[in-house]
Design a protein around this ligand. Structure first.
Ligand code: EPU
Length: 417
């Protein structure tokens, strides 16, 4: 199994390009199910989750071609197998995003129930409740959700909680439904907006994405389109946090500060100087790194996908920080590993109390999920001596060419097989 070896202590310096957003790409690829004509997607990141999604779509009978310039073309002219099998869903929960589009276009879907995962229970009850409100019949059989509908009907849907993929699934389903759908208490994440823009480029009528009420007027069919995926805000923020934690100076290209305000504000509180233009962000760190408390919540608040990385940053900051996780019930798996490197962290319920220490010491640690592994990379970059990160495949789900990018910024990092 691959390991990443990091020799810490080098301040990151230089320029790198940010990839397309994983969490926008995954729903956008699923949007191809909604149309019989080609959807060409540009700026697709080369990631394990994206490959898994393309595999899933191909085995349903969708035409998939990938070029060497981060472009993918998908054509769902016909489909012979509207199924998301257990083996794929268990490796990637975002597979549930095929459910809404399949029922909307083909009238049926069979998708494995996801089950628990490393960061929490993550049920999909809101996705199912909304599809039922739109007239779908749903049965749970042998661990699979079976959904049927002749044609979905527009409905008023009030989500009980803010769910990103739930909002995306229902928004996609509603594009081909009969009449108007409103999704209230919708997720406002930029990736929801990116999906809405893609659907509109395909001829859908979606408005209000980015607010808590999304309106969709159903149309009979969608058409061919070209769409470029937005930059990855979590990759961007991870690099910024790594530069701040190592006392470095970096410039990130092909990204945007407008989708990251909560994180940028916290980095400034930590002592970083941040500047930005339309498609770049730079960060430089000169003074002392100060502890910053964060509380995760749906966008535009601080993202849960950056919580682990801020834990690593705070572990060597001056002062004490409180890190409160309100989205997932079990997203502190990195605490044990960071402690092995010398971090001082106590967990009380959903809050971690991090007291900054003078330095971390390299050790062998184990990645447990994608963002936990990113926090271990940050810790490895800060630590004295060598850190070996085991189960690095978690990192490959969401960070494109991470060791190349970090090497380019001067980090001493390598992968061993
Ligand atoms: N929830 C329910 N019922 C539902 C749906 C969600 O109880 O029907 C709960 C979840 O268990 C969780 C909360 O609602 O406690 C929010 O979950 P949400 O549905 O918003 O999460 P998601 O859509 O499954 C997406 C991202 C995650 C990111 C979260 C929160 C994708 C593909 N995944 O997941 O990304 O953490 O939103 O922002 O967009 C990652 O990239 O590392 C990652 C985990």
């Amino acid at each position: 199994m691959d390991k990443l070896i990091i020799e810490g202590g080098v301040p990151l310096a230089g320029e790198v390009r940010i990839s397309g957003a994983k969490n926008a790409t995954l729903p956008i690829l699923c949007a191809a199910i909604l149309s019989g004509e080609p959807l060409r997607v540009a700026n697709v990141p080369h990631l394990r989750d994206v490959t898994t999604m393309l595999e899933l779509l191909a085995q349903m009978g969708i035409g998939v071609s990938v070029d060497d310039k981060l472009g993918v073309e998908l054509t769902a002219a016909a489909l012979n197998n509207p199924v998301a099998p257990y083996d794929l869903v268990k490796t990637m929960r975002a597979s549930v995003l095929v459910l809404g589009p399949l029922v909307a276009r083909f009238g049926e879907a069979r998708v494995s129930l996801p089950g628990g995962c490393a960061i929490g229970l993550r049920p999909v009850d809101q996705h199912l409740k909304a599809l039922q409100a739109m007239g779908a019949t749903i049965d749970i059989e042998h661990g699979y959700m079976r959904a049927h509908a002749k044609r979905l009907k527009g409905a008023r849907i009030i989500m009980d909680l803010v769910t990103v993929t739930g909002t995306e699934n229902i928004m996609m389903a509603a594009t081909l439904a009969d009449g108007e759908t409103t999704i209230e208490n919708a997720a406002r994440e930029p990736e929801v907006v990116d999906l809405a823009n893609c659907l509109n480029a395909m001829g859908a009528q979606v408005s209000g994405a980015g607010t808590d009420t999304v309106r969709v007027i159903g149309v009979p069919r969608l058409k061919a389109a070209n769409y470029r995926v937005m930059p990855d805000r979590i990759e961007t923020a991870t690099f910024l946090a790594a530069a701040a934690a190592t006392g470095g100076e970096i410039r990130l290209l092909d990204t945007s500060a407008g989708i990251l305000e909560a994180v940028i504000e916290k980095l400034r509180d930590a002592g970083a100087r941040i500047e930005s233009g339309t498609d770049w962000i730079s960060l430089s760190m000169s003074g002392v790194l100060r502890a910053v408390s964060v509380r995760t919540a749906p966008y535009p608040a601080f993202p849960t996908d950056m919580q682990a990385q801020f834990m690593a940053l705070n572990s060597v900051a001056r002062g004490t920080a409180l890190i409160t996780e309100t989205i997932f019930e079990n997203r502190f798996m990195h605490v044990q590993e960071l402690r092995r490197l010398g971090a001082q962290i106590e967990v009380e319920g959903n809050t971690a109390v991090v007291t900054g220490v003078d330095h971390l010491d390299g050790a062998t640690v184990m990645a447990t999920d994608l963002r936990a592994s990113a926090s271990l990379v940050l810790a490895g970059l800060i630590a004295r001596g060598e850190t070996a990160i085991d189960r690095v495949y978690h990192l490959d789900r969401g960070y494109e060419a991470i060791e190349e990018k970090l090497s380019k910024l001067g980090a001493r990092i390598r992968r061993v097989h």
